[in-house]
Design a protein around this ligand. Structure first.
Ligand SMILES: *[C@@H]1O[C@H](CO)[C@@H](O)[C@H](O)[C@H]1NC(C)=O
Ligand SMILES: *[C@@H]1O[C@H](CO)[C@@H](O)[C@H](O)[C@H]1NC(C)=O
Ligand SMILES: *[C@@H]1O[C@H](CO)[C@@H](O)[C@H](O)[C@H]1NC(C)=O
Ligand SMILES: *[C@@H]1O[C@H](CO)[C@@H](O)[C@H](O)[C@H]1NC(C)=O
Ligand SMILES: *[C@@H]1O[C@H](CO)[C@@H](O)[C@H](O)[C@H]1NC(C)=O
Ligand SMILES: *[C@@H]1O[C@H](CO)[C@@H](O)[C@H](O)[C@H]1NC(C)=O
Ligand SMILES: *[C@@H]1O[C@H](CO)[C@@H](O)[C@H](O)[C@H]1NC(C)=O
Ligand SMILES: *[C@@H]1O[C@H](CO)[C@@H](O)[C@H](O)[C@H]1NC(C)=O
Ligand SMILES: *[C@@H]1O[C@H](CO)[C@@H](O)[C@H](O)[C@H]1NC(C)=O
Length: 420
């Protein structure tokens, strides 16, 4: 019944109806939609639509190179090498697939239409060679719940990509799911900006994503998670950070993610989780954490995490976690370790600071003893100094004398004559 909105009045002129029928047959022949063909033959009871005649594109018209199904509210423009978003998207569209194209740039208001695409709820731009997403690219999409930008080399993601282009007015975004897997550009296109910082700025801007429930950031070579990126996403339920290069979670705060249900950290470079992180995880009421395939380092710093693992129900598949380092501990199961296994190499003391302090004390003692010896022996030293001075004086006088003799030409002549 909602499809009927876009049909013209039954008593329209014949040429228009013929044209519309041809378009319907041409455009929809690929989408096997039973209701569309049925309604085109029997459309009579429908609300009057006025905008039909003047526009070159009829409402419900399908853009070239796309497949449209009004029944499924779906438009697919897939693997078509499109270089821009089609201008004449049908207003009924709820699911829009623009995957496998060559969009390169998504300008501000790329989907802003008049009237707006008020129904558009799911937008898939995966694999469309997007390099730049500008401020306000998704503006005027009041129902957009799911956005997939995966597999695009996003070298330039605007800070205001998900909020408005007008930074001062940040209305909350309607987004509930944001999928940003594998959006890291090749190294040479990244210039010297921090990719993590760029993504974090977009997630944070204007506190616009406060309704976001699912965030996927897998396979992005993330080395760290910017400190406050999660602070602006209070509604988050699912966070996917799989297949990155995270080394530590020490500086990330999870405390405020009270709704978090799943946290995927598989295939990262985590070495150990420290007390602070463990406490925060334990404080989240619904969370399940996935930690497989990280290179856990089983030394004395692992003691707290092993003790926690034995107690907690938070970690899924905790029995699968194994040590990667040091060599003697490789492939040992974390859960089966006890504290006597977890030592730090005695050659490298755990806290170098202690040994430096010790070294300093020893040096100070040696210095003090040396000074004491000098003090006690001061008379001897004085005598010794006098001796040295006298010796020097004698030596200098002898030298002086010889120099004067050599400098006197008569004496020189005398000596040379005597040689003859
Ligand atoms: C898209 O471009 C690629 C190479 O640039 C080509 O192989 C492919 O056939 C094109 N696809 C379409 C639908 O034009
Ligand atoms: C978007 O399209 C890609 C390619 O077809 C697909 O793999 C992916 O699952 C889609 N995303 C969503 C959220 O459905
Ligand atoms: C990113 O895009 C903005 C706006 O188009 C531009 O001003 C800026 O120079 C671009 N930055 C990079 C690093 O390409
Ligand atoms: C941003 O919004 C404010 C308040 O609505 C308005 O005064 C300002 O002109 C807008 N700026 C732009 C660039 O649209
Ligand atoms: C990149 O580094 C150069 C110098 O190292 C600096 O002048 C430039 O501002 C940096 N560019 C960015 C985008 O940070
Ligand atoms: C992991 O990430 C790398 C680099 O982003 C990617 O090439 C690889 O396909 C990803 N692996 C999986 C299993 O997704
Ligand atoms: C957590 O939320 C409280 C109150 O909502 C806020 O004061 C605090 O700064 C937040 N902490 C973090 C780390 O975001
Ligand atoms: C971590 O917490 C446990 C239990 O609260 C405590 O016994 C341990 O000393 C803490 N470890 C560190 C390094 O603070
Ligand atoms: C710790 O492990 C060693 C050998 O792996 C074992 O002999 C010892 O009984 C264990 N201690 C505890 C308290 O389980």
């Amino acid at each position: 019944m909602p499809g009927g909105c876009f049909r013209g009045p039954a008593a329209g002129d014949g040429r228009l109806r013929l044209a519309r029928l041809t378009l319907v047959l041409l455009g929809w022949v690929s989408s096997s939609s039973p209701t569309s063909s049925a309604s085109s033959s029997t459309s009579s009871a429908s609300s009057p639509v006025s905008a039909v005649s003047a526009q070159p594109s009829l409402p419900g018209h399908c853009p070239p190179l796309c497949e449209c199904s009004e029944a499924a509210r779906t438009v697919k423009c897939v693997n078509r090498n499109l270089t821009e978003v089609p201008a004449d998207l049908p207003p009924y569209v709820r699911n829009l697939f623009l995957t496998g194209n060559q969009l390169a740039v998504l300008p501000a208001g790329a989907f802003a239409r008049r009237p707006p695409l008020a129904e558009l709820a799911a937008l898939n731009l995966s694999g469309s060679r997007l390099e730049e997403v500008r401020a306000g690219a998704f503006e005027h999409l009041p129902s957009l719940r799911q956005l997939d930008l995966s597999h695009n080399p996003l070298a330039n993601l605007s800070r205001f990509a998900f909020s408005g282009s007008n930074a001062s007015v940040s209305a909350p975004s309607p987004l509930v799911e944001l999928i940003l897997n594998h959006i890291v550009p090749p190294g040479d296109e990244r210039q010297n900006r921090s990719f993590e910082g760029m993504v974090a700025a977009a997630l944070r801007a204007g506190h616009a994503l406060r309704g976001l429930r699912r965030l996927e950031l897998a396979s992005n070579h993330f080395l760290y998670l910017p400190r406050d990126v999660l602070a602006q996403l209070p509604a988050l339920r699912h966070l996917d950070l799989r297949n990155n290069s995270l080394v530590s979670l020490t500086y990330v705060s999870l405390r405020n993610l009270t709704h978090l249900e799943s946290l995927h950290l598989e295939d990262n470079a985590l070495k150990v989780l420290h007390n602070g992180t463990l406490t925060e995880l334990q404080g989240l009421p619904h969370v399940r954490v996935f930690l497989d395939n990280n290179p856990w380092v089983c030394d004395c710093h692992m003691t707290d995490m092993v003790a926690w693992l034995k107690d907690t129900e938070v970690v899924q598949g905790k029995a699968r976690l194994t040590c990667a380092f040091p060599e003697k501990m490789r492939d040992r199961v974390l859960l089966q370790l006890n504290s006597s296994d977890l030592d730090c190499d005695p050659i490298l003391p755990p806290s170098l600071q202690t040994s430096y302090v010790f070294l300093g004390i020893v040096l100070a003692l040696i210095g003090a003893i040396f000074l004491l010896v000098l003090y006690l022996n001061r008379k001897g030293i004085k005598k010794w100094m006098h001796n040295i001075r006298d010796a020097c004086r004698d030596h200098m006088e002898g030298y002086h004398y010889r120099y004067e003799i050599n400098a006197d030409p008569r004496l020189t002549n005398l000596s040379s004559n005597s040689d003859v």
